[in-house]
Design a binder for this molecule. Structure first.
Ligand code: ZN
Length: 240
């Protein structure tokens, strides 16, 4: 893949208006399981499929079971940023990358040093009391037993977009703006199967569309550069 890396390096070198759009594949290389992959959470044994447990209806009706699953499967605090997270943070620091738009909820881009991170599906690092709005951190949610309750006795809800819930309007607007103004859009570690997030790609009007993903995506045919390799492996070879 030497030639492809050289092409990517050239595209990155020549632009100071890059936007990155990433999905689960960016996190799996840091050890966070992918819901939608075959060996991911969907195939693990639980009373209900994860997409049922992680729905708004289930959260409201069976909070004990929701939080049992959530604390067990969603709160991973051992994952570390990989080469993709680190290089993207460096590109931002150098003024070349304008935004990271992510479907992940694990905070790894921020841990790597990225500042402008648009989290389409929220973050397990933000949690709010449903009654009074008081905020609680990751550690509290990780250590609490049973249903996390506020000092006011309200239930604390993770700021994560559950199934049946809409995306944050402000995050969508910022993402549309970043993508529509970008010169280079790098899509990585996502099969672009989850809407409405995947639909944001339609706003790109720039010069170079780069797709880095192990498996085919619906946008491969529009890509100026298509790299079918793990994203961390690709970025580890890029010089910033
Ligand atoms: Zn409260």
């Amino acid at each position: 893949m030497g030639n492809e890396i050289e092409k990517l390096q050239k595209i990155i070198d020549e632009s100071d208006n890059i936007v990155f759009f990433g999905g689960a594949g960016v996190s799996t290389e840091s050890g966070i399981p992918d819901f939608r992959s075959q060996d991911g959470l969907y195939n693990q044994k639980y009373d209900y499929p994860p997409e049922t447990i992680l729905s708004h209806t289930f959260f409201m009706r069976r909070p004990e079971e929701f939080f049992k699953f959530y604390q067990d499967k969603m709160l991973c605090d051992t994952a570390k940023p990989n080469a993709a997270h680190l290089k993207l943070a460096e590109l931002e620091k150098n003024g070349k990358l304008k935004a990271v738009i992510t479907q992940n909820i694990d905070n790894l881009h921020q841990m790597a040093g990225s500042r402008n991170v648009l989290e389409l599906h929220g973050s397990v690092y933000r949690n709010y009391c449903m009654k009074c709005g008081k905020s609680y951190d990751f550690k509290y949610m990780k250590e609490v037993k049973g249903i996390p309750k506020c000092t006011c006795d309200g239930i604390i809800k993770p700021d994560v977009v559950l199934y049946e819930e809409g995306l944050n309007e402000h995050t969508i607007q910022e993402s549309v703006r970043a993508i529509s103004e970008a010169q280079v859009l790098i899509i990585g570690g996502t099969s672009l199967a989850v809407y409405p997030a995947a639909g944001l790609i339609d706003y790109f009007r720039g010069d170079h569309l780069v797709v880095i993903n192990k498996v085919p995506t619906p946008r491969d045919k529009y890509a100026d550069l298509l790299i079918k390799e793990p994203i961390g492996k690709v970025f580890s070879q890029i010089h910033v």
